[in-house]
Design a protein around this ligand. Structure first.
Ligand SMILES: *Cc1c(COP(=O)(O)O)cnc(C)c1O
Length: 831
């Protein structure tokens, strides 16, 4: 391709247009929409399907997004600032259309344009199928960060995997979770742009050949067993008021498909088989959250996307006329957990083997390029790959990891560390089957390591990575997570957004801390009334959804008590269920007078192989059946499980919640972001001192956060002293009654054994100490119900909560990454 230095302005001027006139008027939107419909989709309004309308509008908006993106790229390259590559195996962007309309500030214009065609914008927005390319919080965080990177004008690119099937679709069948394939590409994806020319070969398996070449230089060649090609699919991500960056996802394809011996039937089928095997790499997302699959295909996925991304960056480095020696000055790479951490070895391989750089220099570049975000302290989620698998799939990388390790351990011996400590820090775990500790590889190969909340970062330093923090105290830092408040307030809660903007202006869209100005209206009775009306309206909408999807009718004036997140024992959905059963039994005894009418709403997916999590879902549906069908109870309590939790669903749930359940056992939830989204939408929180709850409580004030349960230190002390859960069963009558009820046959259609595994687990091990925290949880709930009865007081607290959550915007998180980790400054772009 010939390269030109002409700007986008130049090209538009040749057709008599201006580049910054990107057609944001109602007339232009309408015209383009019709053109897309006629000429791109070949439809006329009389025969269009809802999906045609959606696609035509999406393409209309995408043109405008792309125009902004191209302009931003020009600006970025002029400034020549350090670029950020965000490496993440998961993204959970949510629906694009509504968010892009907000960012282009054309919501009203588009609504009007469509109205003139007798079309309803909200109905069209509803058609979008979201890309479920992530499991939960981690993938959603990556997408919140894309939003903030774009808004703040930071030259960045998000690299990842274009899974053909995203996170499974959850259905509830006879009370159980069942999984269906997520065919999100079925109707096409109008947001992505294929870049066939941006593709790279990725090798797998085979052997390495070590030799000394003619110049007496030691060289290693990797002779792979197979190769695949990765092709780039770009999705532009627009920031608010129009800066754009891209999310570049790789799709795997076979290197050569049918160009040999098609006459020989045997070879033909072999060739097809090979093609299918190659393309399998990006077929499906592993649905395990906070857990390992340990499967070879997963390691293939990780290496595949990392290798494509690094090759792409090296190409960009050369395109920009830079030397490879300057790579780390040109780029910083943020590793979103250890999933992409094989990148440390891959960059070394590319520099040393393919670009013939000296090891020492390559290592200096590598260590100044990567920064690593740790996302979990759960032992079962700390990634490890067996040495034998790694050697088979990535023989050269295993050698490089051994070399890094040997130099690292040598360094440690020189520092005089004990043999025991050195063994603990080794990249190779020698206990049982030898394996590579990916968190150690990421830590050693990075210039900065961060946790995702103050508490989590402290535990990381003092426990999981303590040995490393002792030798490199300055390497460790914290960046508390944040959320894209434009999506989770402006787009998903238009009622509250309007009310807030009426009071304090719309500065909060770009600076969430201005919400502080709401504080002085917390006691304003008229404002309180408007606030309650907005919440009620949102609750009505959620009630409709729950009736459609869960078959449960809920009175929107009830207290909406909500826990939505992945189902995991550490998150303790079952603690909430034990409490609901306690209330149920009290009402049956005629002792329900102090209970505020409550709707308990659950949603979340369980990993398909996680028996206990699936049993917890079954318990939700069993409790729902019991409670909703009992005439003595169902005026006071309702229980609903909303199937298939996704970003789209999340956007309807958070705005409707009164109470946010953040009840993980302390020390287990690294940060949480659901907690922030709830608080931002005016829910009060009941929670433990875990993850970012600690900081939310600090911000909103102790009196506005319902705290219960043990602290992390108390949890560890309880365990150290030999926790005996049955003690609490024996001592607390209410708890005994609730637990026995699980196996009484009154739940799950008379089956006594259905919930026995849960019962036994709680009474015998109770690894997440529910029984110990049960009492304080119930006491707090009781208090909450009394405050709820005073709606003015509740609303006052709700307003105070919102006014004080300004810290939890992902804009703030990204600015901290810029200052404390990447050393880049936001590039100010013109409007
Ligand atoms: C925010 C979010 C999560 C994370 O929720 P937590 O409560 O922090 O676990 C998971 N899934 C979706 C769809 C989300 O929007």
């Amino acid at each position: 391709m010939k390269s030109h230095n002409k700007s986008i302005e130049h090209y538009f001027s040749t057709i008599g247009e201006k580049a910054d006139e990107i057609g944001l008027s109602k007339e232009k939107i309408k015209k383009d929409f019709l053109q897309k419909l006629f000429y791109q989709l070949g439809r006329v309004p009389a025969v269009t399907t809802s999906n045609d309308l959606y696609t035509a509008l999406a393409l209309t908006v995408r043109d405008r997004v792309l125009r902004q993106f191209v302009r931003s790229t020009e600006e970025f390259s002029k400034k020549n600032s350090r670029g950020i590559a965000y490496f993440s195996a998961e993204y959970l962007p949510g629906p694009h259309l509504g968010n892009n309309l907000l960012n282009l500030e054309i919501v009203d214009e588009t609504r009007e344009a469509l109205k003139e065609l007798d079309l309803e914008l909200d109905e069209i927005i509803e058609q979008e199928v979201e890309p479920g390319l992530g499991n939960g919080g981690l993938g959603r965080l990556a997408s919140c960060y894309m939003d903030s990177l774009a808004t703040l004008g930071i030259p960045a690119i998000g690299y990842g995997i274009r899974y053909e099937f995203g996170i499974f679709k959850q259905e509830i069948k006879e009370g159980w979770q069942s999984e269906a394939t997520d065919k999100w590409l079925h109707y096409g994806n109008p947001w992505e742009v294929i870049r066939p020319e941006v593709s790279y070969v990725v090798k797998f398996g085979g052997r390495t050949i070590h030799s000394t070449n003619e110049n007496n230089k030691y060289a290693v060649e990797w002779e792979p067993e197979s190769e695949v090609v990765g092709t780039a699919y770009d999705t532009p991500v627009l920031g608010y008021q129009s800066n754009g960056i891209i999310m570049r996802l790789w799709k795997a394809e076979a290197t050569e498909s049918f160009d040999f011996s098609v006459y020989n039937m045997g070879d033909y089928y072999k060739a097809v088989e090979k093609k299918v095997r190659s393309e399998n790499i990006t077929k499906v997302l592993y649905p395990n959250d906070e857990n390992l699959s340990g499967k070879e295909l997963r390691l293939r996925q990780q290496y595949f996307f990392v290798s494509c991304s690094l090759q792409d960056m090296i190409r960009l480095n050369f395109v920009q006329g830079r030397k490879l020696e300057e790579f780390h000055e040109k780029f910083a790479i943020q590793l979103n957990d250890t999933h992409p951490s094989i990148a440390v070895a891959e960059l070394m391989r590319l520099l040393v083997d393919e670009h013939e750089m000296e090891w020492k220099q390559a290592w200096k570049i590598t260590r100044n390029t990567f920064a690593y975000t740790n996302h979990t302290l759960l032992p079962e989620a700390l990634e490890k790959w067996s040495v034998s698998l790694m050697g088979r799939l990535l023989p050269r990388h295993l050698e490089i990891i051994y070399e890094i390790n040997s130099r690292f351990l040598h360094e440690l011996r020189e520092k005089g560390l004990s043999g025991e400590q050195i063994a603990r820090m080794s990249l190779i775990d020698e206990h049982g089957e030898p394996s590579v500790r990916m968190a150690h590889l990421a830590t050693v190969g990075s210039f900065r390591v961060n946790g995702v909340s103050q508490l989590h970062s402290r535990l990381l330093k003092t426990q999981v990575l303590n040995d490393f923090a002792e030798i490199w105290p300055d390497k460790f830092t914290n960046v508390t997570n944040g959320v894209a408040h434009r999506r989770f307030l402006a787009v998903s809660n238009p009622g509250l957004s309007r009310l807030i903007t009426e009071k304090i202006g719309n500065g909060w869209l770009t600076d969430l801390t201005t919400l502080k100005r709401l504080e002085k209206f917390a006691d304003d009775e008229i404002f309180q009334k408007q606030w309650m009306e907005v919440k009620l309206e949102n609750k009505k909408l959620l009630s409709q959804l729950l009736e459609e999807r869960a078959g449960v009718k809920i009175d929107p004036t009830m207290l909406f008590d909500v826990q939505v997140k992945r189902i995991h024992e550490y998150k303790r959905q079952h603690l909430m269920l034990l409490h609901i059963l306690d209330l149920y039994l009290k009402i049956k005894d005629g002792k329900g007078e102090n209970i505020a009418p409550s709707a308990f709403i659950f949603a979340g997916k369980a990993a398909p192989g996680y028996f206990m999590a699936k049993l917890i879902i079954r318990l939700v549906t069993a409790v729902a059946d019991l409670v909703n069908n009992d005439k003595d109870v169902n005026k006071i309590l309702k229980v609903a499980f909303l199937p298939n939790f996704s970003v789209k669903q999340a956007q309807r749930v958070y705005p409707a919640a009164d109470l946010s359940e953040q009840i993980s056992m302390a020390g287990k939830e690294a940060s949480g972001t659901g907690n922030m989204k709830f608080a931002l939408n005016g829910a009060l929180t009941i929670g433990t001192l875990d993850g970012a709850n600690v900081e939310i409580r600090e911000e909103v004030g102790e009196e506005n956060f319902f705290l219960f349960g043990q602290t992390t230190e108390e949890v560890q002390e309880t365990r150290r002293l030999g926790y005996r859960p049955s003690k609490y069963y024996e001592e607390q009558e209410d708890l005994e009654r609730v637990l026995d009820f699980l196996v009484s046959g009154e739940l799950g259609n008379g089956d006594h054994e259905l919930f026995r595994p849960l019962y036994n687990n709680l009474l015998q091990q109770d690894p997440y100490q529910l029984l110990k925290d049960f009492k304080s949880y119930c006491e707090r709930k009781h208090e909450i119900h009394q405050i709820w009865k005073d709606q003015k007081e509740w609303t006052r607290r709700s307003i105070l909560n919102v006014s004080r959550v300004g810290k939890f915007s992902s804009d703030r998180s990204i600015l901290e990454y810029c200052q404390n980790i990447w050393n880049v400054e936001p590039v100010k772009l013109r409007d």
